[in-house]
Design a protein around this ligand. Structure first.
Ligand code: HEM
Length: 174
């Protein structure tokens, strides 16, 4: 009696069980590829950048830039220099961990490692130790690398500089 010939590879591949398995694999790969593609599409576009602001401000004026205004701009001051930290809104925006610095002079808080801004109308920080001033200076350097300079925080009685578009930042912040 002749033996039944063993199935060819093709016949094995096409067995009903394998067809079902292949269909499941194709379906799963399709779902994975589709979900990856959808993930890319739904990523929120970054908010449009605000026009560059060049201005010296008093402590009272600085308060208007705490991120709660319609344009959402956030400024803070360190050692007399005002920075536009809107790009760091996740830190300083409303509800952020460092929101206490938004629209404020952050010098004392950064120098003394307290997330709280000066309450006085103008804080000359003259009681800070040299180490604390050095620490604030490090923060200032860090901000200078990461954020745009807006201008100077005005002491009482000081008049604001006039900034023109072609003026260099160095000249403006003297
Ligand atoms: C337990 C203590 C603290 C931890 C674990 C911590 C952690 C962090 C982390 C993870 C970041 C984000 C860094 C990045 O993504 O670039 C950050 C940013 C920051 N931290 Fe803290 N922090 C602490 C205390 C403080 C204190 C005491 C101050 C100042 C008073 C401070 C001021 C800041 C500021 C200003 C930023 C934002 C810097 C920027 O604009 O790039 N932190 N902190």
């Amino acid at each position: 009696m002749a033996e039944a010939s063993s199935p060819t590879i093709w016949e094995e591949l096409m067995s009903p069980l394998n067809i079902v398995l292949i269909a499941i694999i194709v379906y799963l790969v399709y779902k994975i590829v589709k979900s990856n593609f959808e993930g890319e599409v739904t990523v929120a576009a970054p908010p449009p950048r605000l026009p560059k602001l060049r201005k010296d401000l008093t402590v009272a004026e600085l308060k208007n830039y705490d991120g709660t205004q319609p344009d959402g701009r956030v400024l803070l001051a360190v050692l007399g220099t005002i920075f536009d930290v809107t790009r760091g809104k996740r830190f300083y925006g409303p509800g952020g961990p460092y929101a206490a610095f938004a629209g404020k002079d952050a010098t004392r808080g950064l120098a003394t490692e307290k997330v709280a801004a000066s309450e006085t109308e103008y804080d000359d920080c003259s009681d800070l130790t040299p180490d604390e001033i050095a620490s604030a200076k490090e923060w200032e350097d860090q901000f200078r690398e990461k954020y745009d300079v807006v201008g100077r925080l005005l002491k009482p009685g000081e008049t604001p500089n006039k900034y023109s578009d072609d003026e260099s930042e160095e000249k403006k912040t003297q």
